[in-house]
Design a protein around this ligand. Structure first.
Ligand code: KIV
Length: 258
């Protein structure tokens, strides 16, 4: 495992992307990415659920096994789905299953409210990545994918979360949709690296859902993403070309019968 704290202190940015299958994990790994996350975003961009709240542990284990087969150099982190960490004992049990499936570290959503679970996971010797700010598994209670850190109580809660997860043994913390200035403040306040998603440029690293980065889920792209490719368009183009080629070859062979 790379020393992510040292990377933070050297000012070397950490890169992270999601993968849920063998070819994507292998392609990202071969591209030199630092961290590959088998995110529970798989529920939305692969399984077609409306949000991540329906993702099960079995689904995460299946996708973690597939991704793990493609990874040689990156750190493979797996997301713990909702309700697999309601208690510390449950959290350790689920984390161990993800490790058995090939994950080298796990992530769950929550800060101060989940220190017992985080401490139990790290005590069991499993590297842990925290996730604070906007919590997609709580999207229904939180009333949408809204930016965090707009009010002073929210800023204080985020700082308390960041300190709590560091103390509980997290090796890094994802900051999701946090106001850029607040993400900067958190980044300066903790010793572990912050990995931002929609949280500005001052985090120690950046993470994105690969489908957003490569334009593979064209029906919804978060505002903060600037896509580097239009893979959905390429798939449509290739499929149309195949349909056209196949249909027209049928017409040619029928014509040759007459
Ligand atoms: O599930 C996921 O993909 C995530 C990242 C976007 C941080 O949690």
């Amino acid at each position: 495992m790379k020393n992510f704290r040292q990377m933070k202190h050297r000012g070397e940015k950490i890169t992270a992307l999601t993968a849920y299958d063998y070819p994507t994990a292998r392609l990202l790994d071969e591209s030199g990415i630092d961290i590959i996350l088998v995110g529970d975003s798989v529920g939305m961009v692969v399984l077609g659920y409306q949000d991540t709240t329906n993702v099960t542990l079995d689904e995460m284990l299946h996708h973690t096994r597939a991704a793990a087969r493609g990874v040689k150099q990156a750190l493979l982190v797996a997301d713990m789905p909702i309700h697999t960490y309601d208690t510390a004992a449950q959290a350790v049990e689920a984390a161990k299953k993800l490790v058995d499936a090939g994950a080298q570290a796990v992530k769950l959503e929550g800060g101060l409210s989940h220190v017992a679970q985080i401490a139990a996971i790290t005590k069991a010797g499993i590297p842990f990545m925290a996730h604070i700010g906007m919590l997609p598994q709580r999207v229904r209670e939180q009333g949408g994918y809204r930016i965090k850190g707009r009010t002073q109580p929210e800023v204080e809660a985020l700082l308390a979360d960041a300190h709590a997860v560091e103390q509980a043994g997290a090796f890094s913390v994802v900051l999701e949709i946090v106001l850029a200035d607040v993400a900067k403040q958190i980044t300066a306040a903790v010793g572990i690296p912050t990995i931002g998603i929609g949280s500005g440029e001052h985090c120690d690293g950046q993470i994105l859902v690969t489908h957003d980065l490569i334009g593979l889920f064209p029906w919804f792209t978060p505002k903060f993403v600037s896509a580097e490719a239009r893979v959905a368009e390429e798939i449509r183009r290739a499929a149309r070309a195949f349909v056209e080629r196949t249909k027209s070859s049928g017409q040619i062979s029928q014509a040759s019968l007459h």
